[in-house]
Write a protein that binds this ligand. Structure first.
Ligand code: SF4
Ligand code: SF4
Length: 318
């Protein structure tokens, strides 16, 4: 019964553009909470206070749905058609600034929530009497750890989940449920001797294999950090106005990833990977900014921070 349900689930997942779907239990093994605790105690989450507030609660899906028994986890690739240029230090100071691939199209929170709705409807008829909750990077869940437990991929030294099928350029989305569904096993996989991501990170944010100091990471500085950037931080954007892909661009697991089948995520839908500074600088009011970046994740940090990032990213260093 459950294997039939799983194969139908995979079919439905593929039909809505997902690369993979797997299931795991609602509570993570303690190794994930131990790791989270060490990271938080070292202060590596910076100003992401929500991480500290929810802490270990993120390891149980009961936090988002009381009585939860299973987490169904989907991976949606956002690889692009065009080969994206790998970062080069010579580009810094150009009139173009860089945008992380995940933010080139429409906001995945909205797109994936919509795409998962019919799957929830179907599951509700297959397994009646249960509750279902869709989570897309908005609920307090250790999404990547759930993905590793479900066998979507394994931990990379850059702290991303590496899927042998999809590399690491994919979004995660979950359906948490009170239904008991047989879990899938984790997969084995390893970075081996590779250290490309650690060597390529321009801010040395990957302080050791599998350990990221978010406070040094360009993604954190351009998107998450709410207070002003220090002079040192301001000089560390290396051409990036929104996010950073370097430690994924250099990863051999991303060499052969397929372009996304989800039209909303395609490069140029909202912005290009290499975008002119003016694109960000031009909107002269919050409402103009909201119109230009409607449906984009670029809206999230707000106009002031995005425009500051673009200015700093374009600035010549030294
Ligand atoms: S996203 Fe960029 S800054 Fe952050 S760890 Fe990766 S390479 Fe370093
Ligand atoms: S670049 Fe190499 S070390 Fe880093 S995550 Fe990819 S395989 Fe692992």
């Amino acid at each position: 019964m459950q294997s039939k349900l799983k194969s139908q689930l995979l079919e439905r997942a593929r039909a809505i553009g997902a690369d993979d779907v797997r299931v795991t239990a609602a509570t993570l093994p303690t190794e994930h909470t131990d790791r989270l605790r060490q990271w938080l105690d070292a202060g590596r989450h910076g100003e992401m206070d929500y991480m500290a507030r929810s802490g270990e609660k993120r390891a149980s899906a009961e936090t988002v749905l009381p009585g939860a028994k299973s987490v169904i986890i989907f991976a949606f690739g956002y690889g692009q058609q065009k080969a994206m240029p790998v970062y080069s230090v010579d580009e810094v100071g150009s009139a173009k600034v860089r945008v992380a691939k995940y933010a080139l199209g429409e906001d995945y929170h909205l797109v994936l929530r919509q795409r998962l709705e019919p799957v929830v409807e179907w599951l509700s008829t297959e397994l009646p009497g249960n509750q279902w909750r869709v989570c897309v990077d908005s609920a307090p869940l250790l999404e990547r750890a759930f993905a590793v437990e479900a066998g979507i991929g394994f931990w990379g030294k850059n702290t991303m989940v590496l899927s042998p099928r999809a590399g690491s350029f994919f979004f995660l989305a979950e359906i948490v449920t009170t239904a008991e569904i047989a879990p899938d096993p984790p997969i084995t996989g390893t970075c081996g001797n590779c250290t490309r991501c650690i060597d390529a990170c321009p801010t040395a944010a990957i302080v050791a294999p599998y350990e990221l100091d978010a406070r040094k990471c360009i993604s954190y500085l351009t998107i998450e950090k709410k207070s002003e950037l220090t002079a040192e931080e301001s000089s560390q954007l290396h051409g990036w106005a929104f996010g950073c892909d370097i430690c994924q661009d250099v990863c051999p697991y991303n060499k052969f990833t397929n372009p996304t089948p989800v039209a909303e995520f395609e490069e140029g839908r909202i912005v290009h990977a290499s975008e002119s500074v003016e694109t960000f600088g031009e909107p002269a009011s919050n409402s103009a900014f909201e119109r230009r970046f409607a449906k984009s994740p670029i809206l999230r940090p707000g106009r002031r921070r995005v425009q500051r990032n673009a200015r700093l990213a374009a600035r010549k260093r030294g």
